[in-house]
Design a protein. Structure first.
Length: 282
């Protein structure tokens, strides 16, 4: 079926069933995805690779498969699964707009917490605030992804995600609720959000909010990402197109870029007094 997405775009929504929803993951003990596809349509989204295994005629960001039996599948798995950390979510945003109607993520996260699993939420949606009541200190960490503090840049790269200020508010509200918080700064955009000044501003804001854990990620050359990124850069930042292409596809250039980026990130973390909270660096 089709639904009207944000900004007047059509969204193809399919109801599907799944055998499992909780899967082993390198990110944590497990990952959980109640949806395939994501309405946010972020230009750099690495989850586009899912189309290799779940082909869709629609472009990424214009389809979502809803796993209508996610709660039932999880209930079966929880009879045998050992408690552990669960990353929510690895291949979609678990709190994308459709979740407001379906509440699959809410149901499943509630079940995980009840069974002693720790939910590690990472989202670009303020909808996660709805579910703070089901999270418990020690069994949940609420995180947001922030690519840039510039609202104009964020709207270009993350066209249907929540506004950046709303994401900071999520962290503030989660902290007030006694929950651990995290932020993912990334993917950092070369020459746009990875400069010393940009990084300093990001880490200073994290310090103000009191974020517990910080990860930083660079723009990655994952499958199906470059065509989308290249189109945007060519249209809005043509002077940077060659820079992006070399950074993503030329090994020596990329290695040099990442080395310099790590230095800038660590300097910004030290300056903000957050060096001990930096858990991941590109």
């Amino acid at each position: 079926m089709c639904a009207d997405g944000r900004h007047g775009r059509r969204l193809v929504v399919r109801e599907v069933t799944c055998k499992t929803v909780l899967n082993r993951s390198s990110i944590g003990h497990y990952s959980m995805n109640c949806y395939t596809g994501c309405e946010h349509g972020c230009v750099y989204c690495y989850a586009r690779f899912m189309q290799r295994f779940h082909p869709h005629p629609e472009p990424w960001g214009e389809f979502v498969d809803v796993k209508v039996n996610a709660a039932e599948a999880l209930a079966r798995q929880l009879k045998r699964a050992e408690p552990g950390d669960v990353f929510v979510s690895s291949a979609c945003d678990a709190w994308q707009p459709l979740e407001r109607e379906w509440e699959l993520t809410r149901q499943c996260c509630g079940m995980l917490v009840e069974h002693g699993f720790k939910v590690n939420a990472l989202t670009k949606s303020a909808l996660v605030l709805r579910d703070l009541d089901i999270f418990r200190p020690g069994l949940a960490r609420v995180g947001t992804t922030i690519t840039t503090l510039d609202p104009r840049l964020a709207r270009l790269w993350e066209p249907r995600a929540a506004a950046v200020e709303q994401r900071w508010h999520v962290l503030e509200a989660a902290r007030e609720a006694g929950l651990e918080t995290s932020v993912m700064f990334g993917p950092l955009l070369p020459e746009l959000s990875d400069t010393r000044d940009s990084l300093r501003a990001l880490f200073e804001r994290a310090a103000e909010v009191g974020v517990d854990v910080i990860w930083v990620d660079a723009l990655n050359p994952r499958p199906r990402v470059w065509p989308s990124v290249g189109r945007l850069v060519r249209r809005h930042f043509p002077e940077l197109h060659d820079t992006y292409s070399r950074m993503l596809h030329h090994r020596r250039t990329r290695d040099s870029y990442l080395s310099a980026l790590r230095e800038r990130v660590r300097a910004a973390a030290r300056s903000a007094g957050l060096a001990d909270r930096l858990a991941g660096c590109p």
